[in-house]
Design a protein around this ligand. Structure first.
Ligand code: ATR
Length: 269
């Protein structure tokens, strides 16, 4: 039976998820297609009815539905429950299940390092920061800090996840092993020329990880690299959250190197 997958969000804007998943289906000869479905908050309930009725075989879920969708599914993974958000729906027999592959995607490039850093600071306190903190904990990183422009939000996260709360102004005072940017600073558009870290605040040996992938090399990563730091681009997190979704849906692994090249070509075109 031909299977139907897609992404829901509002406003959905441009998304490269269809490019990735349709390429994977094609490469592996899976009879399926992946569409972009703009679904507003008011339409979520009726859309979730369709997910069961049609049925839709799997979904990517993005802003603003990552929390609300949890009310419409049968099981939520421990990981997604910890984050408090679901970005992937898949079927396990007749049960509609929720997972958070943002965490899996965030962790993947860190797992392939020869040595995991022993300390990490997360910049920002939104949904992406929550996924990053859960990922860092899953990796077993002992010393985790969170810093946010609005300190009260960092305090809430620090309390919930039992990590250190760092004042935004003091974020560069500690020699963190890993710096994770989850703010939009550096993203193409109005934030592109900005960075969440001073270039003099990098020391060689630090790892700079940006979850922004457009542009591929943000100012944060460029300056980190120039200071002798290892860098990880947001493309890795995006790629690996997608590969994990594809695995949950098809039980098959997409060709990682080919998929990375596809995304690089798409983003550079
Ligand atoms: P997401 O859920 O995708 O992570 P979000 O909830 O909008 O996105 O979070 C964006 C984060 O970037 C917030 O922590 C925000 O800080 P505030 O809580 O102070 O708003 C942070 N952010 C946005 N613009 C920023 C800026 N110009 N400087 C520093 N931090 C910024």
């Amino acid at each position: 039976m031909f299977k139907s997958y897609g992404i829901i969000g509002w406003p959905l804007g441009h998304t490269i998820s269809p490019t990735l998943h349709n390429w994977g289906f094609d490469k592996l000869g899976v009879e399926a297609s992946y569409a972009a479905w703009p679904v507003s908050t008011g339409d979520l309930s009726s859309f979730m009815g369709q997910v069961r009725a049609r049925p839709i075989s799997g979904l990517s879920v993005t802003i603003p539905h990552k929390q609300a969708v949890m009310d419409y599914i049968d099981t939520v993974s421990d990981r997604a429950a910890q984050v408090g958000a679901v970005n992937t729906l898949y079927w396990d027999n007749d049960a509609l299940c929720g997972e958070n592959t943002d965490v899996i995607g965030f962790i993947a490039p860190l797992r392939s390092l020869e040595k995991c850093p022993d300390s990490a600071i997360v910049l920002g306190a939104g949904g992406a920061a929550r996924a990053a903190i859960v990922g860092l904990k899953e990796l077993g990183i002992k010393h985790i800090g969170v810093a946010n422009r609005t300190h009260a939000k960092a305090e809430l996260l620090a309390e919930q996840f039992n990590v250190d709360c760092i004042y935004w102004e003091e974020r560069m005072n500690t020699p963190w092993g890993l710096i994770c940017n989850t703010t939009p600073l550096g993203m193409s558009g109005e934030f592109e020329t900005l960075s969440p870290w001073d270039k003099d605040g990098f020391t060689p040996g630090m790892i700079a990880y940006d979850i922004v992938y457009n542009p591929l090399e943000t100012r944060f990563l460029r300056e980190a690299k120039a200071a002798g730091c290892r860098t990880i681009s947001g493309l890795e997190m995006f790629l690996h959250q997608g590969l994990a979704q594809f695995q949950l849906w098809t039980g098959q692994d997409m060709d990682e190197a080919g998929a990375r090249q596809l995304l690089l070509d798409t983003l550079n075109s």
